[in-house]
Design a protein around this ligand. Structure first.
Ligand code: SAM
Length: 244
């Protein structure tokens, strides 16, 4: 059936490609991809010989318009280098334009590193905010963190090894020290999740930046800070006075 098929791929382990996703990759008229070299490997794994077209949301306007045009009569699969398209990856403008043109839009759901890391964290999952990649520059990064510091929500960040320690330190500074986890290489041979306070984790990675792909999960702010010792004394005196 013609239309746009959003296809989630694996985030490391090829075995995580769903049978339904593999079928769409085999049947699609064309597969829109970020990087043809990366996706060629997955298409081979899926047994697909379908043609690929490079696509980014910043691709020339004409590229997107032509894809939307093709969706009238053909099936277009959208695939990312890893995980779910549109999640810190290209695609939202393609979906927007496909919808505006009245094309059929459907998804083949699958892995996303954000959700995988959240489930590994042991931190509250009832309310979370996906922050994507923090800005590289210190000022913009601090502003982005200040903006969410008061939210009672678990925060999800994508990170890279070389920046990890510095980012964790900035989080501690702007959010206050909190419980956090660092998950890397999820679903791959060297999968690992480290837990601790932001300051502790930052120190741990300062001299040994980890290799591979990383997701940082930061817990919500704690309860209000304990009252000062003076307040506690006063409360205790009052309570004692009320005793019979
Ligand atoms: N669309 C992808 C998804 O659904 O997760 C994310 C794409 S984003 C460009 C790539 C980032 O995702 C990496 O820098 C890393 O933060 C995270 N990531 C991807 N695969 C991962 C894995 N296997 N383990 C940990 N983090 C991963």
């Amino acid at each position: 059936e013609p239309g746009l098929y959003i296809v989630a791929g694996p985030i490391g382990n090829l075995g995580d490609l769903t049978p339904r996703a593999a079928e769409v990759l085999r049947l699609a008229d064309v597969v829109a991809v970020e990087d043809t070299r990366v996706s060629a490997r997955l298409l081979r794994h899926a047994g697909s010989d379908r043609p690929m077209i490079p696509y980014h949301d910043h691709s020339a306007e004409g590229v997107r318009a032509r894809l939307v045009e093709r969706m009238a009569a053909e099936s277009v699969a959208l695939l990312s280098d890893a995980g779910t398209p549109l999640i810190s990856d290209p695609g939202y403008k393609l979906v927007r334009d496909a919808r505006a043109a009245g094309r059929k839009v459907t998804t083949l759901p699958g892995p996303s590193a954000a959700i995988a890391a959240l489930t590994l964290s042991g931190l509250p999952t009832d309310r979370f905010l996906f922050m994507g990649f923090l800005p590289a520059k210190a000022k913009a990064r601090g502003d982005a963190l200040d903006e969410v510091a008061a939210l009672r929500a678990t925060l999800v960040f994508y990170e890279s090894g070389p920046r990890l320690s510095e980012s964790l330190a900035a989080m501690a500074e702007h959010l206050g020290d909190r419980e956090a986890t660092v998950s890397r290489e999820i679903s791959k041979a060297f999968e690992e999740t480290a837990t601790g306070m932001l300051t502790t984790l930052s120190a741990r990675y300062a001299d040994a930046p980890p290799k591979g792909e990383i997701v940082v999960i930061v817990g919500p702010p704690g309860e209000a800070p304990p009252a000062s010792a003076e307040d506690a004394d006063a409360a205790l005196r009052e309570a004692l006075e009320r005793l019979p």
